[in-house]
Design a protein around this ligand. Structure first.
Ligand code: SF4
Length: 344
């Protein structure tokens, strides 16, 4: 068996402001093989994006990472700047939600892609790098690519810009693509086209993909495995089927209950099913108490006495899921009730 493309072991990420240092992510461990997609799901502030940036070693000033991150055999946290330049683009690339902020208004699209090629391999001539840009724009479905490379970002629609950003990210065929909410700013038909394009390129290149999203609909259509984060910690991890069909953490069950489903009326014989929001606001590791960070919002918190508020649940269940892989949840309960209120 080939080694996984991505191995994250006991990753914690902290920020330092003045004299204070606090964790925003704690003890994350995941592996991801080539050709597979792991979706990282959670509300704003759960640690999804900062984890993606830590994998790229693109943390903001004042932030630091501990633990181990290995991408395509390279220890990212131990790598020096030269190694990192080599790794970014060739081993790992990132597509951001806001394509406009990833593109300079002063450069045409061809220059952006050529820059990505020459940053990775300075021996490639400018002309050859621009020719790669034309090829790549054609590959991501931009019409008349030879003309399109001469156009500027503001001349592209949102969907076209996102295709151009994908072309930039994939021009060096990275082993791992981190896609951070890649379709959030797009309308729903373009969103489906971009997800289909990413899937197609992933299969063609054999890439691993870390898909960061808050949208369960996007996750359902693209992921093989799912990691649910809450307040910077793993809440649940498993195959898409296990996590969606048999959620083992009350937070995941709450997210599922808050997601509209087209088939819900069929399941209920035509009766409307009501969406249930998770009450309360998400918290952070910094503000979480000594127990489970989800306890203030969890309708099952009292079922194991005081345990939920005094003891952090650490992947308390490690079971083999129905699809054969690991399915684990950080919850003190052995089993969720099959129905009933799971949120306060
Ligand atoms: Fe709810 Fe307790 Fe499980 Fe946390 S550990 S999710 S509070 S039941």
């Amino acid at each position: 068996m080939p080694d996984p493309v991505l191995q994250v072991e006991d990753l914690s990420i902290s920020f330092t402001t003045g004299e204070t240092t606090f964790d925003v992510v704690r003890d994350l461990s995941v592996t991801l093989d080539g050709g597979r997609t792991l979706a990282v799901v959670g509300e704003s502030g759960s640690g999804k994006t900062i984890t993606g940036r830590a994998i790229m070693r693109l943390l903001p000033r004042g932030a630091g990472a501990r633990g181990r991150i290995v991408v395509a055999g390279r220890d990212m946290l131990a790598a020096d700047e030269r190694e990192l330049r080599r790794a970014r683009g060739a081993d790992v690339a990132m597509v951001f939600q806001d394509s406009m902020s990833a593109l300079s208004p002063y450069l045409d699209i061809g220059a952006h892609i050529a820059q990505a090629v020459r940053l990775h391999d300075p021996s490639v001539s400018r002309r050859a790098a621009r020719a790669r840009g034309v090829e790549m724009l054609e590959r991501v479905g931009i019409p008349e690519p030879a003309d399109a490379v001469r156009r500027f970002p503001h001349e592209f629609s949102g969907g076209m810009r996102q295709r151009a950003v994908i072309a930039m990210a994939l021009v060096n065929r990275p082993a791992l693509l981190i896609a951070d909410e890649p379709t959030t700013a797009l309308d729903v038909t373009v969103q489906a086209q971009i997800l289909a394009l990413l899937r197609e390129l992933q299969q063609e290149y054999g890439m691993a993909m870390l898909l960061i999203s808050h949208d369960f609909g996007v996750v359902a259509s693209a992921a093989d495995d799912v990691l649910v984060l809450y307040a910077g910690r793993e809440a649940e991890y498993g195959s898409l089927r296990d996590v969606f069909e048999a959620p083992a953490h009350p937070y995941t069950a709450g997210l599922r209950a808050a997601t509209p489903r087209l088939d819900a009326r069929l399941d209920t014989g035509g009766e409307r099913t009501r969406l249930r929001a998770i009450p309360g606001a998400p918290t952070s590791l910094r503000d979480a108490g000594p127990g489970c960070a989800f306890a203030p919002r969890c309708g099952l918190a009292g079922q194991v006495g005081e345990r939920c508020v005094v003891e952090v649940p650490l992947r308390s269940r490690r079971t083999s899921g129905t699809t054969g892989g690991a399915h684990r949840a950080a919850c003190h309960l052995d089993r969720l009730p099959s129905s009933g209120e799971i949120a306060r």
